[in-house]
Design a protein. Structure first.
Lengths: 304, 162
């Protein structure tokens, strides 16, 4: 296994300082969060940074908080394990905690950060569909200037985001969600653990109390287009309708036709489409039941 | 680029000067001489290189030495209690939880991390925690049994102390 070559490592104490280091030192630098993608890129993909800027010493970048308006703020350097076990996230959005638990192993999740995972922009990232159905926004910072984009717009292509070289993803913001929101994330992969999603489907629904009609519908897909994507046509089918098997089936068909999968080592495009159809339907029906967080063995049983 | 770091390694404070790009795994094995930690895949998939970093299990093959200033690291060499094997080590021996032994240091460190957090795990919780530790010999049944037995022994000792 190839080893990293000599490099310099900076450990700034603030976002501003981190940006300045990149500006001062120029090309050949990389921001380092958990390193679970970066070090593998160095070992396997020939990446050879001249220097890295370790963001882990910036205190303001870590942690999960709830704001007075009900929105949540997740610091970009929060590890996936912290998202997985956070009592706040487990209570408010159990499917988001579960999607974090789907990534790699505990060892990986203790290092991998949610911001690093998003900035790496892998189409199959498990957390991305769950964040998309929560209308998550990304806060990007550079040298004192900040901008906020939707996570949907944040992704540009495989491994590509809207960020410039010297910009840092600092925060993910989950805006207040409708009361009674229920969600589900279904990862489809042949191995139960330690595998990438062949297809990932997240849904979030809010039902009208009396009529049980879907007032709020979000469906997002992973690993079936150049970026994690919303399935808006499928959402439109369910809006103001009562969730039932037949309409969930139709939404699944719509999601299957609006996704843009490729064939690769994991699966053919046709198979991915079919699995989008099936898993979208299952995710919707499971979310409709409004089940409590469950163990991974039960989750596995629900997948098939 | 050399960097002076100060770390606590198996309870002792050391201040080595290390190349920033050196992997924690290589720092332990090649520079400090603690060869108990093994390299399996080198990409964070197999868990053979698991060590505890600030109390949490991580893949040492994916950590750069330059990140480590101030870190508390425990390796398999630090698991033993005094001159005695740790109950997790004893349980792996007693139950045949090791065959070729290559995955064992990582298995033991991950099991330690699990039992520190959850002294009475179910079989399901043990399998979930060990998902990132591959063993190609045992079929895992005896490893799971060893973790269960170690948990029981640790709970008994804990109660005896109270």
């Amino acid at each position: 296994m190839r080893r990293p070559e000599a490099l310099e490592i900076f450990q700034p104490a603030s976002v501003k300082e981190a940006c300045q280091i990149i500006r001062k030192n120029g090309p050949g630098g990389h921001f380092l969060a958990g390193g679970t993608d970066l070090v593998i890129a160095i070992k396997e993909k020939g990446l050879a940074p001249r220097y890295v800027v370790d963001l882990k010493r910036i205190p303001s970048l870590s942690g999960i908080g709830e704001n007075p308006d009900g929105s949540l703020t997740i610091g970009a350097l929060t590890t996936l394990r912290e998202v997985e076990i956070s009592p706040l996230i487990r209570k408010k959005y159990p499917f988001l905690a579960q999607s974090a638990a789907e990534v790699g192993s505990i060892q990986i999740r203790n290092r991998a950060t949610i911001g690093g995972n998003m900035a790496n922009a892998t189409p199959s990232a498990d957390v991305a569909p769950s964040l998309l159905v929560l209308d998550t926004k990304a806060k990007i910072s550079c040298d004192g200037e900040e901008r906020v984009v939707t996570l949907e717009d944040f992704f540009v292509g495989p491994g590509k985001t809207v960020m410039k070289q010297d910009e840092i993803l600092t925060e993910l913001i989950i805006p207040p969600t409708p009361a009674g929101l229920r969600g589900e994330y279904m990862k489809f992969s042949p191995r139960e653990m330690m595998d990438l999603a062949y297809v990932g489907v997240a849904v979030a629904l809010a039902l009208e109390t009396k009529t049980k009609k879907c007032q709020h519908v979000r469906i997002a897909l992973g690993a079936v287009s150049p970026t994690p994507m919303r399935a808006r046509k499928a959402e439109a089918i369910l809006l103001n309708q009562v969730l039932a098997e037949e309409i969930a089936e139709r939404a699944g068909e719509e999601a299957s036709s609006e996704c843009k999968p490729i064939s690769d080592v994991r699966s053919s495009a046709e198979y991915r489409r079919e699995m989008v159809r099936v898993n979208t339907k299952r995710a919707l029906l499971n979310a409709g039941l409004g089940s409590e967080p469950i163990s991974w063995l039960e989750r596995r049983d629900k997948r098939y | 680029m050399k960097k002076k770091i100060r770390i606590t390694l198996n309870g002792n404070v050391v201040s080595p000067e290390v190349p920033a790009h050196r992997l924690l795994l290589d720092l332990l094995r090649d520079e400090i001489g603690l060869t108990g930690t093994k390299e399996g895949c080198g990409t964070g998939d197999c868990g053979a290189c698991t060590v505890l970093l600030d109390g949490k299990p991580v893949n040492s093959c994916l950590v750069l030495s330059g990140e480590l200033d101030g870190a508390d690291i425990v390796t398999i060499e630090g698991l033993q209690i005094g001159r005695e094997l740790h109950p997790i080590q004893q349980a792996f021996i007693q139950d045949g939880g090791a065959q070729c032994g290559y995955c064992t240091p990582g298995m033991l460190m991950m099991s330690k991390a699990l039992l520190d957090e959850n002294p009475n795990p179910t079989e399901e919780e043990i399998r979930f925690a060990l998902a990132g530790n591959l063993c190609r010999c045992t079929g895992y049944a005896k490893i799971v049994k060893a973790v269960q037995d170690a948990a029981m022994e640790l709970r008994t000792r804990h109660t005896a102390r109270q």
